[in-house]
Design a protein around this ligand. Structure first.
Ligand code: TRP
Ligand code: SF4
Length: 329
Protein backbone atom coordinates (compact mmCIF):
# COMPACT_ATOMS: atom_id res chain seq x y z
CA UNK A 1 0.00 0.00 0.00
CA UNK A 2 1.22 3.46 -0.78
CA UNK A 3 2.37 5.45 2.20
CA UNK A 4 0.23 8.39 3.24
CA UNK A 5 1.82 11.58 1.98
CA UNK A 6 2.34 14.38 4.46
CA UNK A 7 3.87 17.78 3.93
CA UNK A 8 5.06 20.60 6.12
CA UNK A 9 7.25 23.66 5.85
CA UNK A 10 9.19 26.12 7.96
CA UNK A 11 10.03 29.72 7.27
CA UNK A 12 13.78 30.40 7.21
CA UNK A 13 13.88 33.47 9.40
CA UNK A 14 16.63 32.39 11.80
CA UNK A 15 18.39 29.51 13.48
CA UNK A 16 16.19 26.81 14.99
CA UNK A 17 15.99 26.58 18.78
CA UNK A 18 15.17 23.90 21.32
CA UNK A 19 11.51 24.95 21.28
CA UNK A 20 11.43 24.12 17.55
CA UNK A 21 13.27 20.86 18.20
CA UNK A 22 10.85 19.63 20.85
CA UNK A 23 7.86 20.88 18.87
CA UNK A 24 7.52 20.78 15.10
CA UNK A 25 10.92 19.46 14.12
CA UNK A 26 11.01 16.55 16.56
CA UNK A 27 7.58 15.56 15.34
CA UNK A 28 8.78 15.64 11.72
CA UNK A 29 11.58 13.23 12.61
CA UNK A 30 9.17 10.92 14.44
CA UNK A 31 6.73 10.89 11.56
CA UNK A 32 9.58 10.12 9.19
CA UNK A 33 10.88 7.29 11.36
CA UNK A 34 7.46 5.76 11.97
CA UNK A 35 7.66 4.39 8.44
CA UNK A 36 3.97 5.19 7.89
CA UNK A 37 4.37 8.33 5.82
CA UNK A 38 5.82 9.64 2.61
CA UNK A 39 7.23 12.85 4.07
CA UNK A 40 7.77 16.11 2.22
CA UNK A 41 9.45 18.84 4.22
CA UNK A 42 10.38 22.14 2.69
CA UNK A 43 11.97 25.51 3.31
CA UNK A 44 9.19 28.10 2.93
CA UNK A 45 11.48 30.88 1.74
CA UNK A 46 8.80 32.76 -0.20
CA UNK A 47 6.73 32.74 2.96
CA UNK A 48 9.65 34.34 4.76
CA UNK A 49 9.43 37.21 2.26
CA UNK A 50 5.88 38.03 3.37
CA UNK A 51 7.25 39.55 6.57
CA UNK A 52 10.96 40.04 5.74
CA UNK A 53 10.59 41.69 2.35
CA UNK A 54 12.47 44.81 3.35
CA UNK A 55 15.59 42.95 4.55
CA UNK A 56 15.92 39.74 2.63
CA UNK A 57 19.69 39.29 2.88
CA UNK A 58 19.52 36.62 5.60
CA UNK A 59 16.96 34.34 3.99
CA UNK A 60 19.27 32.35 1.72
CA UNK A 61 21.78 31.57 4.47
CA UNK A 62 19.02 30.75 6.93
CA UNK A 63 17.55 28.36 4.38
CA UNK A 64 20.80 26.41 4.13
CA UNK A 65 21.33 26.64 7.88
CA UNK A 66 17.85 25.30 8.47
CA UNK A 67 18.47 22.28 6.26
CA UNK A 68 21.69 21.65 8.20
CA UNK A 69 19.71 21.80 11.46
CA UNK A 70 17.15 19.38 9.99
CA UNK A 71 19.76 16.87 8.93
CA UNK A 72 21.61 17.17 12.21
CA UNK A 73 18.54 16.27 14.27
CA UNK A 74 17.81 13.25 12.11
CA UNK A 75 15.81 14.14 9.03
CA UNK A 76 17.10 11.72 6.46
CA UNK A 77 17.07 12.53 2.74
CA UNK A 78 16.84 8.79 2.03
CA UNK A 79 13.50 8.73 3.80
CA UNK A 80 12.07 12.25 3.40
CA UNK A 81 11.96 14.62 0.46
CA UNK A 82 13.60 17.87 1.55
CA UNK A 83 13.20 20.80 -0.81
CA UNK A 84 13.15 24.58 -1.16
CA UNK A 85 9.89 26.29 -2.12
CA UNK A 86 11.39 28.99 -4.34
CA UNK A 87 13.13 26.35 -6.48
CA UNK A 88 9.76 24.94 -7.52
CA UNK A 89 8.24 27.74 -9.59
CA UNK A 90 5.03 25.74 -9.97
CA UNK A 91 4.13 26.89 -6.45
CA UNK A 92 3.88 30.44 -7.77
CA UNK A 93 1.66 29.42 -10.65
CA UNK A 94 -0.71 27.44 -8.46
CA UNK A 95 -0.74 30.28 -5.95
CA UNK A 96 -1.79 32.65 -8.73
CA UNK A 97 -4.61 30.42 -9.89
CA UNK A 98 -5.83 29.79 -6.34
CA UNK A 99 -5.78 33.51 -5.65
CA UNK A 100 -8.39 33.91 -8.39
CA UNK A 101 -10.87 31.70 -6.56
CA UNK A 102 -10.19 32.66 -2.94
CA UNK A 103 -12.72 35.15 -1.56
CA UNK A 104 -11.06 38.10 0.18
CA UNK A 105 -13.34 37.61 3.20
CA UNK A 106 -11.76 34.21 3.90
CA UNK A 107 -8.38 35.85 4.17
CA UNK A 108 -9.44 38.91 6.11
CA UNK A 109 -11.12 36.90 8.84
CA UNK A 110 -8.12 34.55 9.31
CA UNK A 111 -7.15 34.76 13.02
CA UNK A 112 -3.47 33.98 12.39
CA UNK A 113 -3.34 36.91 10.00
CA UNK A 114 -4.83 39.24 12.57
CA UNK A 115 -2.55 37.98 15.35
CA UNK A 116 0.64 38.18 13.32
CA UNK A 117 -0.22 41.66 12.18
CA UNK A 118 -0.84 42.72 15.75
CA UNK A 119 2.37 41.04 16.98
CA UNK A 120 4.78 42.30 14.35
CA UNK A 121 3.92 45.95 14.83
CA UNK A 122 7.39 47.11 13.76
CA UNK A 123 6.76 45.74 10.27
CA UNK A 124 4.31 47.00 7.71
CA UNK A 125 2.31 43.91 6.91
CA UNK A 126 -0.49 45.66 5.05
CA UNK A 127 0.58 44.02 1.84
CA UNK A 128 -1.11 41.90 -0.77
CA UNK A 129 1.50 39.16 -0.22
CA UNK A 130 0.96 38.96 3.50
CA UNK A 131 -2.80 38.77 3.17
CA UNK A 132 -2.29 36.04 0.59
CA UNK A 133 0.06 34.04 2.85
CA UNK A 134 -2.46 31.20 3.36
CA UNK A 135 -3.17 30.98 -0.38
CA UNK A 136 0.52 30.30 -1.00
CA UNK A 137 0.43 27.78 1.84
CA UNK A 138 -2.60 26.10 0.25
CA UNK A 139 -0.66 25.85 -3.01
CA UNK A 140 2.29 24.27 -1.16
CA UNK A 141 0.06 21.64 0.37
CA UNK A 142 -2.25 20.65 -2.45
CA UNK A 143 0.54 20.69 -5.06
CA UNK A 144 1.73 17.40 -3.56
CA UNK A 145 -1.80 16.12 -2.84
CA UNK A 146 -0.77 15.78 0.77
CA UNK A 147 -3.28 14.00 2.98
CA UNK A 148 -1.77 15.18 6.25
CA UNK A 149 -0.15 18.43 7.35
CA UNK A 150 1.85 18.25 10.59
CA UNK A 151 1.49 21.65 12.26
CA UNK A 152 1.09 23.33 15.63
CA UNK A 153 -2.22 24.88 16.70
CA UNK A 154 -1.22 28.30 15.41
CA UNK A 155 -1.34 26.91 11.88
CA UNK A 156 -4.76 25.27 12.11
CA UNK A 157 -6.60 28.20 10.51
CA UNK A 158 -4.24 27.96 7.54
CA UNK A 159 -4.92 24.28 7.07
CA UNK A 160 -8.65 24.94 7.38
CA UNK A 161 -8.37 27.59 4.66
CA UNK A 162 -6.42 25.15 2.52
CA UNK A 163 -9.27 22.68 2.83
CA UNK A 164 -11.80 25.33 1.78
CA UNK A 165 -9.70 26.45 -1.17
CA UNK A 166 -9.15 22.85 -2.31
CA UNK A 167 -12.88 22.15 -2.10
CA UNK A 168 -13.64 25.27 -4.07
CA UNK A 169 -11.16 24.32 -6.79
CA UNK A 170 -12.61 20.81 -7.01
CA UNK A 171 -16.12 22.23 -7.20
CA UNK A 172 -15.35 24.89 -9.82
CA UNK A 173 -13.13 22.84 -12.13
CA UNK A 174 -12.46 19.19 -11.42
CA UNK A 175 -11.92 16.83 -8.48
CA UNK A 176 -8.15 16.95 -8.51
CA UNK A 177 -7.23 17.57 -4.92
CA UNK A 178 -7.73 15.41 -1.83
CA UNK A 179 -8.78 17.43 1.21
CA UNK A 180 -5.82 17.47 3.64
CA UNK A 181 -6.13 16.89 7.38
CA UNK A 182 -4.03 18.67 9.99
CA UNK A 183 -1.80 16.39 12.10
CA UNK A 184 -1.62 18.35 15.28
CA UNK A 185 1.82 18.59 16.90
CA UNK A 186 1.82 18.86 20.67
CA UNK A 187 4.32 21.45 21.75
CA UNK A 188 5.80 21.34 25.26
CA UNK A 189 5.82 24.74 26.87
CA UNK A 190 9.50 25.62 26.74
CA UNK A 191 10.25 29.13 27.79
CA UNK A 192 13.28 31.14 26.81
CA UNK A 193 16.06 31.95 29.28
CA UNK A 194 14.19 35.11 30.37
CA UNK A 195 10.97 33.26 31.18
CA UNK A 196 9.09 34.52 28.13
CA UNK A 197 8.07 32.31 25.23
CA UNK A 198 11.19 31.03 23.44
CA UNK A 199 11.43 33.09 20.32
CA UNK A 200 14.26 34.43 18.23
CA UNK A 201 12.62 37.85 18.24
CA UNK A 202 13.05 38.02 22.04
CA UNK A 203 16.72 37.01 21.86
CA UNK A 204 16.09 34.47 24.63
CA UNK A 205 16.54 31.22 22.72
CA UNK A 206 18.80 28.27 23.22
CA UNK A 207 19.66 27.25 19.67
CA UNK A 208 20.10 23.69 18.45
CA UNK A 209 23.61 24.72 17.46
CA UNK A 210 24.52 26.15 20.90
CA UNK A 211 27.20 24.23 22.74
CA UNK A 212 30.17 24.59 25.06
CA UNK A 213 30.47 27.91 26.86
CA UNK A 214 27.55 29.51 25.02
CA UNK A 215 25.24 26.72 26.12
CA UNK A 216 26.52 26.78 29.71
CA UNK A 217 26.12 30.53 29.97
CA UNK A 218 22.62 30.49 28.56
CA UNK A 219 21.52 27.76 30.93
CA UNK A 220 23.12 29.51 33.89
CA UNK A 221 21.20 32.69 33.01
CA UNK A 222 17.82 30.92 32.99
CA UNK A 223 15.02 32.22 35.19
CA UNK A 224 13.97 29.78 37.92
CA UNK A 225 11.26 29.80 40.57
CA UNK A 226 11.01 33.56 41.21
CA UNK A 227 9.95 32.99 44.84
CA UNK A 228 13.21 31.26 45.59
CA UNK A 229 15.61 34.05 46.60
CA UNK A 230 18.08 32.12 48.72
CA UNK A 231 19.43 28.61 48.50
CA UNK A 232 17.84 27.90 51.89
CA UNK A 233 14.35 28.74 50.55
CA UNK A 234 12.41 25.71 49.39
CA UNK A 235 11.54 25.94 45.68
CA UNK A 236 8.62 24.92 43.51
CA UNK A 237 9.80 22.95 40.49
CA UNK A 238 6.38 23.12 38.88
CA UNK A 239 6.78 26.79 38.05
CA UNK A 240 10.45 26.51 37.12
CA UNK A 241 11.50 26.47 33.47
CA UNK A 242 14.80 24.77 34.37
CA UNK A 243 12.77 21.91 35.77
CA UNK A 244 10.67 21.66 32.60
CA UNK A 245 13.92 21.24 30.67
CA UNK A 246 15.10 18.55 33.10
CA UNK A 247 11.91 16.70 32.22
CA UNK A 248 13.11 16.54 28.63
CA UNK A 249 16.82 15.97 29.17
CA UNK A 250 17.32 14.07 32.43
CA UNK A 251 16.39 10.47 33.25
CA UNK A 252 13.09 10.04 35.08
CA UNK A 253 14.59 9.01 38.41
CA UNK A 254 16.84 12.09 38.35
CA UNK A 255 13.89 14.35 37.58
CA UNK A 256 12.02 12.99 40.61
CA UNK A 257 15.07 13.44 42.79
CA UNK A 258 15.51 17.05 41.66
CA UNK A 259 11.85 17.83 42.36
CA UNK A 260 12.09 16.41 45.87
CA UNK A 261 15.43 18.12 46.61
CA UNK A 262 14.20 21.43 45.26
CA UNK A 263 11.10 21.33 47.47
CA UNK A 264 13.18 20.82 50.61
CA UNK A 265 15.96 23.21 49.61
CA UNK A 266 18.36 20.31 49.29
CA UNK A 267 19.72 21.54 45.98
CA UNK A 268 20.66 25.03 44.83
CA UNK A 269 19.60 26.51 41.49
CA UNK A 270 23.20 26.95 40.39
CA UNK A 271 23.92 23.25 40.76
CA UNK A 272 20.58 22.34 39.26
CA UNK A 273 21.41 24.39 36.16
CA UNK A 274 24.92 22.95 35.92
CA UNK A 275 23.39 19.50 35.83
CA UNK A 276 20.95 20.61 33.19
CA UNK A 277 23.65 22.16 31.01
CA UNK A 278 25.65 18.95 31.01
CA UNK A 279 22.55 16.86 30.29
CA UNK A 280 21.64 19.06 27.32
CA UNK A 281 25.24 18.98 26.09
CA UNK A 282 25.31 15.20 26.34
CA UNK A 283 21.99 14.74 24.56
CA UNK A 284 22.93 17.18 21.83
CA UNK A 285 26.43 15.77 21.27
CA UNK A 286 25.48 13.39 18.44
CA UNK A 287 23.46 16.19 16.82
CA UNK A 288 26.46 18.52 16.99
CA UNK A 289 28.67 15.81 15.58
CA UNK A 290 26.43 15.49 12.54
CA UNK A 291 26.28 19.28 12.31
CA UNK A 292 30.08 19.48 12.16
CA UNK A 293 30.10 16.84 9.51
CA UNK A 294 27.65 18.75 7.31
CA UNK A 295 29.32 22.10 7.90
CA UNK A 296 32.47 20.49 6.50
CA UNK A 297 30.61 18.94 3.57
CA UNK A 298 28.59 21.80 2.13
CA UNK A 299 28.61 20.24 -1.34
CA UNK A 300 26.70 17.33 0.13
CA UNK A 301 24.07 19.71 1.51
CA UNK A 302 23.63 21.31 -1.88
CA UNK A 303 23.35 17.88 -3.45
CA UNK A 304 20.66 16.84 -0.96
CA UNK A 305 18.65 19.98 -1.67
CA UNK A 306 19.02 19.55 -5.43
CA UNK A 307 17.85 15.97 -5.23
CA UNK A 308 14.87 16.96 -3.08
CA UNK A 309 14.00 19.78 -5.48
CA UNK A 310 14.20 17.36 -8.37
CA UNK A 311 11.77 14.93 -6.72
CA UNK A 312 9.38 17.71 -5.78
CA UNK A 313 9.51 19.13 -9.30
CA UNK A 314 8.42 15.83 -10.85
CA UNK A 315 5.24 15.85 -8.76
CA UNK A 316 4.63 19.58 -9.09
CA UNK A 317 4.84 19.39 -12.90
CA UNK A 318 2.43 16.50 -12.98
CA UNK A 319 -0.05 18.35 -10.76
CA UNK A 320 0.21 21.52 -12.80
CA UNK A 321 -0.49 19.61 -16.02
CA UNK A 322 -3.70 18.39 -14.42
CA UNK A 323 -4.52 21.84 -13.08
CA UNK A 324 -4.00 23.59 -16.42
CA UNK A 325 -6.20 21.04 -18.15
CA UNK A 326 -8.88 21.46 -15.47
CA UNK A 327 -8.94 25.26 -15.68
CA UNK A 328 -8.65 25.07 -19.48
CA UNK A 329 -5.56 27.17 -19.99
N1 TRP B 1 3.06 28.89 7.68
C1 TRP B 1 3.94 27.87 8.20
C2 TRP B 1 4.62 28.40 9.46
O1 TRP B 1 4.81 29.58 9.60
C3 TRP B 1 4.99 27.48 7.18
C4 TRP B 1 4.38 26.84 5.98
C5 TRP B 1 4.38 27.33 4.72
C6 TRP B 1 3.73 25.58 5.94
N2 TRP B 1 3.76 26.48 3.87
C7 TRP B 1 3.34 25.40 4.58
C8 TRP B 1 3.42 24.63 6.90
C9 TRP B 1 2.66 24.26 4.19
C10 TRP B 1 2.72 23.49 6.49
C11 TRP B 1 2.35 23.31 5.15
O2 TRP B 1 4.97 27.60 10.30
FE1 SF4 C 1 14.30 25.30 39.49
FE2 SF4 C 1 16.19 23.56 40.02
FE3 SF4 C 1 16.13 25.92 41.27
FE4 SF4 C 1 14.32 24.09 41.84
S1 SF4 C 1 16.52 23.92 42.18
S2 SF4 C 1 13.94 26.26 41.46
S3 SF4 C 1 14.04 23.10 39.84
S4 SF4 C 1 16.48 25.57 39.11
Amino acid sequence: MALKRILSGMRPTGKLHLGNLHGALGNWVELQNSGNYDCFYFVADWHAFTSEYSSTEGIKDYSIGMVIDWLSVGLDPQKSTLFVQSAIKEHAELFLLLSMITPLAWLERNPTYKEMKAELINKDLSTFGFLGYPVLQAADIIMYKALGVPVGVDQLPHVELTREIARRFNFLYKEIFPIPEPLLTSVPKLLGVDGRKMSKSYDNSIYISDRGKVLQEKVSSMFTDPQRMRKSDPGNPEICNVFTFHGLYSPEAKVREIAADCRKAGIGCTDCKKMLASRIAETMAPIHERMDYYLNHMAEINGIIEEGNRKATVIARRTMDEVRAAVKI
